[in-house]
Design a protein. Sequence first.
Length: 409
Amino acid sequence: MIRAITLGLPYSAISDGHSESRLHHFRTLVIDKLQSRRWPLRTLRLTLPPLNDRDEDEIYTLPARINSINALAERLDIRWFCLPLDLTHGDNYRGRLDAAFALLFRQPRMFLNLMVADEQGINIRASHDVARFMLQVAHRSNNGFDNFRLGASLRCPANAPFFPFSRHEGETLKFSFALETTDIALELSEQVREGNMLLADFADQFILRLCARLREIDAFGHELASDSGLEYAGLDASLAPFPDGSISVGRLVENLGARPGGVQGSLFITSILTNAIKSAVAISGARATGFNGVMFSVLEDDALASTNNRRALSIDTLNAWSTVCGCGLDMLPVPGSTLPEDIAAIILDTAALAVRLTKPLGVRLLPIPGGEVNEFTRFNYDFLCNSRIMNVAKSDVDFSADNERWTYR
């Protein structure tokens, strides 16, 4: 039912004993209420407000603040927390990036949300600096895993629950839900695959069942807010995979007719799924935040990983699907030798879609040190699948001379 609950807190709450007591109370309430409903929960998380230009002159205080949030997470038995950096304007962010780079390797609980584009425009220089950052992080390990904990967010809203594209906004304690909804669609899609249901009937039934789940969880959110005193920021009903072999968005798309994975028609099926999610959210009246789309996370989806192993996926294909899915490029393994200019261009392409189509998107690439195209990743984690390293076309593209923010006219 609920994959993750993301708690948003202002920096003033980190060392505030009263706020910590409220968070402990919230955690106890959550556990009790979920157990009484027999609803599973994978993780409880924390997210922070973005650091912006005003924080650059006091960046020396950041390690102590992050140590405090890490200690708070330990006391609350929270697995991960997210630090957002607002890079959407100017270039006065070097201190924040340098400090975040050092902290990433000292704080294994920490995710980084690197904000490159907002509702109005794209910071071209930041796309280059984030690309270099990704490569530097990759080459600090032997398998590139640490880029799992960072992403470039492009026009992503505040209080979205899915990491690493999460950030808090406001001076109050808030919470949001990242949902498990793929199981509903998968169950119905089996009937389509067996020839017992048409796509139109699938969409109608999916909307109907998803509406019921959204209303139930939204009511739970309001109840939890009333009982805890924390503000309910909303839910994200995105179809997301989990690498356990049973929860797969790739398999869902194949069941609905676009098979084998990656073939023409996949974008059409993706548009049907996204439309159903948006319709269910609107009909249910649930408070929504985040993506509310279809997440094609290659290294977190065994069917997508298998499709990629057949070399049936490309970055261009996944970006095309992003035009109708609302999530972007997520968990893509690329060669460790990829040039920063090419990664920056990928970020800019996806940012253009986000801003022009007025939708949230993200880019999370994993450059694999020493890994080349078609070689396999070698991760040994319960939440990752291994797959072939994807090709990044070598080019002469270089927008580094355009060091300004791009705003569409």
